[in-house]
Design a protein around this ligand. Sequence first.
Ligand SMILES: CC(C)(COP(=O)(O)OP(=O)(O)OC[C@H]1O[C@@H](n2cnc3c(N)ncnc32)[C@H](O)[C@@H]1OP(=O)(O)O)[C@@H](O)C(=O)NCCC(=O)NCCS
Length: 183
Amino acid sequence: MFTTKNIEVTKDITLGVLKPRDAGEIFALIKANHDHLQRWLDFPEFTKEVNDTLKFIKDSVKKRKKGVGYDLSIRYQGKIVGLVGLNQIDSKNRIAEIGYWLVKSAEGNGIMTKSVSKLIDVVFDDPMVNRLELIRDVDNNKSGGVPERLGFMQEGKLRGYKVHNGVPRDFFIYSLLRSDPRP
Ligand SMILES: CC(C)(COP(=O)(O)OP(=O)(O)OC[C@H]1O[C@@H](n2cnc3c(N)ncnc32)[C@H](O)[C@@H]1OP(=O)(O)O)[C@@H](O)C(=O)NCCC(=O)NCCS
């Protein structure tokens, strides 16, 4: 699960362990996609300079070393178009939570569905994870499409679960168990 090698998803899509040298490329994407990402995620408003992205990458490396999560770049035809990873790993209960984003221009091609499908293979290769979770804002239907295409079960609504852009928001929670059938 904690592979340090790049993971090939298709001939065009590769998942890569984040490196400090990726900071400039990722920072430029976040700047250019600020409104697209800030609509659903918190980090763009805290990403003001390239050092903020560098710090995120360094923290991600530490998180990985501690075994509590990790982030991977998604490269499409060699260029980074988004990130996917495990926001947290609860090893006691064998649960990991998936998170992701794509730049606007890369949407609509199945890049995230294919990347998450591959991530699931990699994570379930490790017997220490039994349950994958994913949460998304009830209005973020594009995000919901990813777990729905991959056989996750929508388990329910988490009311007032996160304050986003100053407003308490409801979220749907999805899960996939190691024993669940996958499409
Ligand atoms: C959430 C997000 C990653 C979804 O992106 P996406 O492009 O819709 O997801 P995918 O890459 O899996 O592509 C699926 C789309 O490609 C289409 N598609 C084309 N070829 C496909 C293929 N081979 N396999 C799957 N889908 C395919 C699907 O029909 C779907 O399009 P539709 O939404 O019009 O039905 C993206 O909208 C995003 O990053 N948003 C901002 C940040 C965000 O919300 N992050 C998640 C927070 S929970």
